[in-house]
Design a protein around this ligand. Structure first.
Ligand code: NAD
Ligand code: 0WE
Length: 266
C-alpha cells in the first residue's frame, strides 16, 4: 500500500509533461493519492486534462492565481466534489520575460516586481487561506517549489530571486499559523530542470552543464527526484517536518568550491 493512500491532493502548476508539478503528481498517484488538477487557461486545459485522465483523475478546474474570483471558484468546486483536502502543491512562478533579460539593476521595473511577487509568492498565501478550511483535522500538508536564487544571486534570475526569498518567508509564516492545527508547510528548492518555464532562458543549457560538473552527485536532478521528495514531504512519513526548505539539487548548494585536487581523482 502506498504511503499516500487515502490522501486527496490538489496540484497547481501542471503545464506539460515536463512540469515539476507533473513529476510530483506521478509520484503522489503512485503512492496512492487521489488527485485534482488546475490549469491556467483554455490553452493549458487541452494539455492538462489528458494528463489528469492518464492518472485516473477527472477533477480539473481553471485557476489563474492572479484572479481572486478564480481562486474562490476553484475551492468551491473542491468543496462540493471532495469536501476535504489533504495536500496542496503550489508549483507556480512567473515574471515578465523582460524582467529575466539582462541585469537585475536594469531589468527590474515596479510592474515586473509586482507581477513576480503576486504570481510567485502571494499566490501561495492566498491558496493556503482557501485550502485551510478543507484541511481541518486532517494532518494536511502544503508544498511549494523554490530555487537557490532566493538566497544567492544567479545571473538572469533577477526579480524572481526576490520573489522566491519572499516565498520562502511565506513558508515559515504559514507553518507558524497552521502548525497548531497539524497542517504542515514546506518547500522544495530544486536544482535546474528543463521545463517550459526554463525554455528560452538564455544560458540554461550551460547552467545544467555547470551543475553536473560541480554538484556532489555530478548530475542534474530529475522530475522523479523532485516528485519522490515531494510525495514524502506531503505524507505522514514527514509528520515532524514543517517550515522547512528541502534542497533537491544533487547537493549543489552545499559546495563552497569545486575543482580537482592535484593527484586526486575527484
Ligand atoms: P512549468 O512552466 O512547467 O510550470 C510553471 C507553471 O506555472 C505552469 O503550469 C503555468 O501555467 C503556471 N502559472 C504561471 N502563471 C500562473 C498564474 N497566473 N496562475 C496559475 N498558474 C500559473 O515550469 P516548472 O519549472 O515546472 O515550474 C514549477 C515551479 O518550480 C515554479 O515555482 C518554479 O519556480 C519552480 N522551480 C523550477 C526549477 C526549474 O529549473 N525548472 C527549479 C527550481 C524551482
Ligand atoms: O523559477 C524559475 C523560472 C520561473 C519563470 C520562468 C519564466 C520564463 C518565461 C518565471 N517567469 C518566466 N517568464 C517568462 O516569460 N526557475 C527556477 C527556472 C530558472 O529560470 C532561470 C534560471 C532558472 C534555474 C532564469 C535565469 C537563470 C536561472
Amino acid at each position: 500500500m502506498g504511503f499516500l493512500t487515502g490522501k486527496r491532493a490538489l496540484i497547481v502548476g501542471v503545464a506539460t509533461d515536463r512540469s515539476i508539478a507533473w513529476g510530483i503528481a506521478q509520484a503522489m498517484q503512485r503512492e496512492g493519492a487521489e488527485l485534482a488538477f488546475s490549469y491556467l487557461n483554455d490553452k493549458m486545459r487541452e494539455r492538462v486534462e489528458p494528463l489528469a485522465h492518464s492518472l485516473g483523475s477527472r477533477l480539473t478546474m481553471p485557476l489563474d492565481v492572479m484572479v481572486d474570483e478564480q481562486c474562490n471558484d476553484a475551492f468551491e468546486l473542491l468543496k462540493r466534489e471532495w469536501g476535504e483536502l489533504d495536500i496542496l502543491v503550489h508549483a507556480v512562478a512567473f515574471a515578465p520575460r523582460e524582467a529575466l533579460t539582462g541585469s537585475f539593476l536594469q531589468a527590474t521595473t515596479r510592474e515586473g516586481f509586482r507581477i513576480a511577487h503576486d504570481v510567485s509568492s502571494y499566490s501561495f498565501t492566498a491558496l493556503a487561506r482557501h485550502a485551510h478550511p478543507l484541511m481541518t483535522g486532517r494532518r494536511g500538508a502544503l508544498l511549494t517549489l523554490t530555487y537557490l536564487g532566493a538566497l544567492r544571486s544567479i545571473p538572469g534570475y533577477n526579480v524572481m530571486g526576490l520573489a522566491k526569498a519572499s516565498l520562502e518567508a511565506n513558508v515559515r509564516f504559514l507553518a507558524a499559523d497552521l502548525g497548531p492545527e497539524g497542517i504542515r508547510v514546506n518547500a522544495i528548492s530544486a536544482g535546474p530542470i528543463k521545463t517550459l518555464a526554463a525554455a528560452g532562458i538564455p544560458g540554461f543549457r550551460k547552467m545544467l552543464g555547470r551543475v553536473a560538473e560541480i554538484a556532489p552527485l555530478r548530475r542534474n536532478v530529475t522530475l522523479e527526484d523532485v516528485g519522490n521528495a515531494a510525495a514524502f514531504l506531503c505524507s505522514d512519513l514527514a509528520a515532524g517536518i514543517t517550515g522547512e526548505i528541502l534542497y533537491v539539487d544533487s547537493g549543489f548548494s552545499t559546495v563552497g568550491m569545486s575543482f580537482p585536487l592535484e593527484g586526486g581523482d575527484a
